[in-house]
Design a protein around this ligand. Structure first.
Ligand SMILES: [Zn+2]
Length: 468
């Protein structure tokens, strides 16, 4: 039996997620919906959630004057609202402050320590609070973290427990060389191979703050947030609590994450798993960043847009469409509300909406109905989704839309009569239904509306996308 287990990055709860974060969730959602069509609902598991420990969260809670856990849960609830607004069809929304997760993180620590891969040491070096990560001078760009150029990188001295990451250097290098599909895109795999050469042991416990999962064996130490966060992928499918579920879904088929998380997923996570004696995930899919009007979205710039703001104005499917069609998954892309409106009017209102209305009207006038229902996603679209070319898959569907429009103009059904007219309309219905099926993973609400409209007695309906 085939199964598919997909995860997204879990978001830090120092603030509610914005459009930049949701992009990856929409991508994961398309992949999960596609697999559900192929494999059946019960053979797909889609995990997302929030990363609730760490210094940055503790700090944000203090600033807000709210107890840390309460603060974390509050942001998690508002992240969920953002994800739900775009119909992200996750099976589980994990919060790392959940009790079952604490047990899993502690169990993995125990296994890694029992294997001789954890020792007490002293860390003196650089730390970026934005990344919650230790860096060396070499990692910095002009003395700043490449992902947080506005933050000061701190020099810290701490007694920590260390993970023998360096022990896995050769294993990781060899694994990356022998498994070209382990990292998508290829450029990231090469980048990670280069990073692998410089792997040094890394602190996995912290002592200068307390908002973390306690290390059972060593009172006073809490887990370094990455160590705990990565293990969420195990908790999500019941590593300790539900062995049956875990056996069915582990290893994960795809972890999707942003390029700032690549190193921890491609190099650290497999090392921890290897040390704990657990099978490695199959694919690490690294997505690019979205900028808005040429600028990074950030609180300090004041240009953050929450997904709900766009969804309220344009609808979930329009936002999903724009984010998926006019970006490249693995490269950085720039988005703007202006371009969204353009795409909405030309592709959705004129292109898809217009075609559907045109064919429905012809069918209504001529009393044509439709009974068949044996369709699925076309091979072309399936193969583009499988190779993560989501923008090209939508491009293909929009070619089908314009081809069907051309077919109507060529056949001029309004000049036909009797059997010839019926035959022509039936053929157009087949085209519409195929387009609706191909759209299912991308625009689930719209696809459902079209399929409803084109089964049984076909009638005109209000426009799918009223022009703006
Ligand atoms: Zn950083």
């Amino acid at each position: 039996m085939k199964k598919f287990y997909i995860t997204t990055a879990i978001d830090y709860v120092n603030d509610t997620i914005h459009l930049g974060h949701i992009f990856q969730k929409v991508v994961a959602d398309v992949l999960a919906r596609y697999r559900r069509i192929r494999l059946g609902d019960t053979n797909v598991f889609f995990l997302t959630g929030t990363d609730e420990y760490g210094q940055r969260v503790e700090k944000a809670a203090k600033e807000a004057g709210i107890p840390t856990k309460e603060f974390a849960r509050k942001i998690a609830a508002s992240d969920k609202v953002q994800q739900d607004s775009l119909n992200i069809s996750y099976d589980k929304f994990i919060e790392t402050t959940d009790d079952d997760h604490t047990k899993v993180a502690q169990e993995i620590w125990k296994r890694v320590e029992a294997g001789g891969d954890i020792y007490l040491g002293k860390y003196e070096g650089l730390y970026c609070e934005g990344c919650e990560a230790f860096y060396t001078e070499k990692d910095l760009t002009f003395g700043k973290c490449p992902f947080h150029p506005t933050l000061e990188v701190k020099r810290v001295t701490e007694e920590n427990y260390f993970f023998k990451w360096s022990k896995y250097k050769d294993f990781l290098t060899d694994y990356l060389q022998k498994n070209p599909d382990f990292v998508v895109p290829e450029a990231r795999r090469k980048e990670m191979l280069a990073f692998a050469k410089d792997i040094k042991d890394i602190p996995v416990s912290r002592t200068n703050f307390s908002w973390g999962i306690p290390v059972t064996e060593h009172p006073g130490h809490v887990m370094y947030v990455w160590f705990d966060a990565l293990t969420n992928y195990l908790t999500g499918v019941g590593f300790l609590e539900n062995p049956k579920l875990f056996e069915k879904f582990w290893p994960a088929d795809a972890h999707i994450l942003g390029k700032d998380n690549a190193r921890w997923h491609v190099l650290l996570w497999p090392a921890i798993l290897k040390s704990a004696g657990i099978e490695l995930p199959k694919t690490i899919l690294v997505n690019g960043f979205l900028s808005l009007n040429g600028q990074k979205m950030s609180k300090s710039i004041g240009n953050v847009i929450r997904p709900t703001e766009w969804v309220e104005k344009y609808g979930a499917d329009a936002v999903r469409y724009y984010l998926l069609r006019y970006t490249t998954l693995t490269e950085d892309s720039d988005i703007s509300e202006e371009k969204l409106i353009q795409a909405y009017n030309s592709d959705l209102a004129n292109g898809l909406g217009n075609l559907v209305a045109r064919v429905a009207k012809l069918c209504e006038t001529n009393n044509v109905s439709e009974a068949s229902n044996n369709f699925t996603i076309s091979e072309e679209v399936a193969s583009l989704i499988s190779s993560y070319k989501l923008n090209e898959a939508l491009g293909y569907i929009w070619c089908e839309i314009s081809d069907t429009d051309k077919l109507i103009n060529l056949q001029k059904p309004w000049t036909l009569e009797g059997e010839e007219l019926q035959k022509t309309l039936k053929e157009l219905i087949l085209h519409i239904r195929q387009i609706a099926h191909d759209l299912q993973p991308f625009l689930p609400e719209t696809s459902e509306k079209i399929l409803q409209q084109f089964s049984g007695e076909i009638k005109s309906a209000p426009p799918l996308f009223p022009r703006i």
